[in-house]
Design a protein around this ligand. Structure first.
Ligand code: TRP
Ligand code: ZN
Length: 872
């Protein structure tokens, strides 16, 4: 085996031997030969073992010179390797000057300093700074940075880095320079540099304390008209954080730069956030409602990191969820406040269940605070981010909004300017509220999704209603036995009229509200409610109060009742979701040639179509559970059979609810001009269209092509095109779309994604052909996500085709990508994570492809770790 990697263990943490007070960087930018001068003011860390050597990390650097306290170091005074530079004998205080040469043009990993569309862009989280210069590249070393950038004036008129722009000037040979000073100390992963041709949208914001902040969004020329939504989002996010958490921005300028070559969504570099264009550029003609919401969320997320991540950062990368879980929680709360709280919650829970639950049940399962990793890039996961945010949400559920705020205030009071741990956050929450959160640590330690088995008992004579709750958690790699978690279980009880009952637990003098948060702490517990005069229907895990799986033996009638009556909007949706999930799985297991859903289900959906609630909520309740979610619930699954069942039920709904769906569609398709605010109506309209597209009728064909042609916005156009592509191939419209949008990269991503996720036969060969399309590039992560990941991760039916060609295609692309961009290759490799879920023949084929990948020479540590874990 060529696979080998060194593992880093959480418990091996030791304090750094040296600290860095100041860093002065000077960049002389040339595409293939950038000269980086670094001047470090170092001192020994009094908290570390005395006499240790200075060990700096660095990768892919060519060292030009090194000076210690002004004197050139002779080559025998230090040693250089492929991973770093060691100086054995060091004074307690020193000034170290290092000059290195790097090649941004050949850097296709998009990690470190690289070139994108002729501009220089940096990405340093988690460990990219070591590809710029030798450094103590770890988050607990925080220093004040100054950055001077020298570059050709014509090609790089804009030169940006962190903090405040303090000086600039001209040099000979058409060059110019700009100097930036960041007054806040920060770890190297928050360093950023951008240089190139950009246009800027400017605005401003005044904080409650009176600071005037200049807001600047930099984009490539031609894109200025697509920055307004992002700018509005910055202002909303700033105001929200001031009001909700009392947190203000702390520099004079807040900059965002958009780049089209980016491994993730965006990056929170101090004062200079760098974004994937996907989360900046939008106007109604090019972006969907989902895109606009994504921009709000990501802009807010990166802005919120200024406090939760930058001012208070992580001691080591095992603490990643300290900043990511907390910041996701904050951006979700922001989105809930500016939009619909219940719709936001449902969408987040859907994503959690489809992706994080799968991760937690598979070979990459890890806890929110992992114990070991070999490549930190592989730990920017659904578990760290989304489960991490659920863990933060549970503090808020247990403490209430005010208690949570007290905890946050104490956290900042104690730790501003520090690099800390998840334990420090938990201690702040506990101490600010006088609560014991000892057991709560299990959420950070144990992987796996806990399961709650709940049963109920009504005692008519005693008028008591008892809920019996058993919690358990499946084994995960390296964790066979699990201890009980501290779980907030929010419940309500509905009477026969569908009204919430006041809830009084045995031993309480009075009823206290209609939703109670029960604190589960033991493997088995019972909760008795008193003064219950008739058997109620329980509403369990309201608002999804914990990231767990609940099982309770609801009858279909009870689910229909909850769909119609629950005061908790999340649980109304959940009842519909449970009903549909159960039925699809039963039909899958039955294996009938013509799977048919029972009338009770169709009638429940019919009833929904006339509900007077938020249109977006109806749309969510009408939508069937997605195939990726159902795959997780079936052992030895055949995804093609599952797809057949799913599609049959969808077509049945379309046939039986045709009049209702058509009536809603026609009412909402009123030709009114586009307003972003009507997004929820569009979502209902387009789910109706999606169903109707199952019907082979001229009327439907006409509706689809009309909506495609006449829509004034991308949400509606794309909905029509998607239905056309799935229905009859939509060739004419696909061609038309490409002609219209060939030079808009983000719109072309949608065009690729529509085809890679198409359910029509021949999807794989079309994906293969599209790899030669002029708008496609395997070096660009957005393109890979649209075309290749779209196929491998969002098109279960074709990826899992019985002939195994989907698997072979994926493995080929993973191998190809590993040489270009290991982070992206490793993400794509996760398409093989669930191979043990499949029926035996597919298991075998997937395993064989994994082995083929494992046998390649020189696998990146990123890919090796994922593949190793999958195979073990
Ligand atoms: N910290 C970034 C965020 O959550 C994540 C990120 C951006 C990232 N780019 C990256 C993580 C590259 C790893 C590698 O907003
Ligand atoms: Zn983040």
């Amino acid at each position: 085996m060529t696979l080998q990697s060194t593992q880093i263990n959480r418990l091996d943490y030791t304090a750094p031997a040296f600290l860095i007070d100041r860093v002065d960087l000077t960049f002389e930018l040339e595409e293939s030969q950038t000269r980086v001068q670094s001047r470090l003011v170092l001192k020994r860390n009094p908290e570390a073992v005395a006499g240790l050597p200075l060990s700096l990390v660095g990768e892919e650097l060519s060292l030009e010179s090194i000076k210690l306290d002004g004197a050139l170091l002779k080559t025998d005074a230090y040693s250089v390797s492929a991973t770093g530079l060691v100086i054995a004998t060091m004074p307690d205080e020193a000034i170290l000057e290092i000059v290195t040469i790097i090649n941004p043009l050949s850097n296709t990993s998009l990690n470190g300093l690289y070139v994108s569309s002729g501009n220089f862009v940096s990405q340093c989280e988690a460990e990219g700074f070591r590809k710029i210069t030798y450094y103590l590249d770890r988050p607990d070393v925080m220093a004040k940075f100054t950055t001077t950038i020298i570059a050709d004036k014509t090609r790089y008129p804009i030169l940006l880095s962190n903090g405040n722009r303090v000086d600039s000037g001209q040099l000979e040979k058409n060059r110019h320079w700009v100097k930036w000073v960041d007054p806040f100390k920060k770890p190297a992963y928050l360093f950023a540099l951008v240089a190139g041709k950009f246009v800027m949208l400017a605005d401003q914001h005044t904080t409650p304390s009176g600071r005037r902040v200049a807001l600047e969004i930099f984009v490539e020329p031609g894109n200025l008209d697509k920055c307004h939504h992002a700018m509005a989002a910055i202002k909303k996010a700033m105001r929200w954080d001031e009001e909700r958490f009392g947190l203000e921005y702390d520099l004079d300028t807040y900059m965002i730069v958009a780049t089209s070559d980016f491994n993730m969504g965006a990056m929170e570099n101090k004062g200079l956030n760098i974004f994937n264009t996907k989360y900046v550029l939008a106007k109604p003609e090019t972006a969907t409602d989902v895109d606009f919401d994504g921009i709000d969320a990501v802009v807010a997320h990166e802005y919120f990191h200024n406090w939760t991540g930058n001012r208070v950062t992580c001691r080591d990368w095992f603490q990643l969820s300290l900043k990511e879980g907390l910041t996701v929680y904050r951006d979700q709360e922001f989105s809930s406040d500016i939009g619909s709280r219940s719709v936001e919650r449902i969408n987040n829970v859907k994503a959690l269940r489809e992706m994080q639950f799968a991760e937690d049940a598979g070979p990459q399962a890890h806890s929110v605070r992992p114990e070991a990793y070999s490549e930190i890039n592989n730990f920017y996961t659904m578990t760290i981010y989304e489960k991490g945010s659920e863990v933060v949400r549970m503090y808020a559920t247990l403490l209430g909004r005010e208690g949570f705020r007290k905890g946050m205030d104490l956290y900042f009071k104690r730790h501003d300017g520090q690099a800390v741990t998840c334990d420090d956050f938990r201690a702040a929450m506990a101490d600010a509220n006088g609560v014991d959160f000892t057991q709560f640590e299990e959420w950070y330690k144990q992987a796996g999704t806990p399961a709650l088995a709940i049963s109920s008992h009504y005692d008519a004579a005693a008028q008591t209603y008892t809920l019996n709750v058993k919690q358990s958690c499946p084994a995960t790699p390296g964790q066979a036995e699990k201890r009980p978690f501290h779980i907030p279980l929010a419940v309500g009880l509905l009477n026969k009229q569908g009204k919430d009952l006041p809830l009084q637990l045995a031993g309480e003098a009075t009823a206290q509200g209609t939703t109670r948060v029960l604190a589960l702490t033991q493997a088995e517990q019972s909760f008795s409610f008193i003064n219950i005069t008739a058997e109620p229907t329980p509403s369990l895990l309201r608002d999804f109060s914990a990231p767990v799986k609940v099982s309770y033996a609801y009858t279909d009638e009870e689910l229909v009742f909850l769909m119609a009556n629950d005061s908790d909007a999340f649980n109304r949706w959940e009842a519909a979701n449970t009903f549909a999930t159960r039925l699809l799985i039963a039909l899958y297991a039955a294996g009938d040639e013509k799977p048919l859903a029972p009338a009770s289900f169709i009638n429940a959906l019919r009833k929904l179509t006339s509900e007077k609630i938020d249109a977006a909520l109806i749309a969510l309740m009408l939508e069937l559970p997605r195939e990726n979610y159902l795959i997780e619930l079936i052992d030895q699954v055949d995804p093609c059979h599952l797809h057949f069942v799913h599609r049959s039920v969808k077509a049945q709904i379309a046939r039986e609810l045709r009049p209702e769906l058509l009536a809603i569609y026609q009412k909402l398709n009123d030709g009114a001009i586009y307003h972003y605010e009507n997004a929820s109506k569009r979502s209902l309209k387009n789910i109706c269209l999606d169903y109707l597209a199952e019907l082979d009728e001229p009327l439907v064909s006409e509706m689809l092509s009309k909506q495609y042609r006449l829509s004034d916005n991308m949400t509606d156009r794309l909905a029509a095109l998607k239905a056309l592509v799935n229905r009859d191939g939509g060739d004419a419209q696909l061609a038309d779309f490409a002609v219209q949008w060939h030079d808009d990269a983000l719109v072309m991503d949608k065009w690729f994604a529509l085809q890679s996720t198409s359910r029509r036969p021949g999807a794989l060969s079309r994906v293969q052909a599209l790899m030669d399309h002029p708008a496609f590039s395997i070096k660009n992560p957005n393109k890979v996500r649209a075309l290749i990941m779209g196929f491998c991760l969002q098109n279960a039916q074709h990826f899992h085709a019985a002939d195994g060609y989907g698997y072979a295609f994926a493995a080929d692309r993973i191998i190809e990508l590993d040489k270009i961009n290991p982070q992206v290759a490793a993400r794509l490799a996760s398409s093989f994570n669930r191979w043990k879920k499949m029926e035996p023949q597919r298991q075998q084929m997937m395993q064989a492809e994994l082995q083929r990948i494992a046998q390649q020479d020189d696998l990146s540590s990123d890919l090796a770790e994922i593949v190793n874990k999958s195979l073990s």
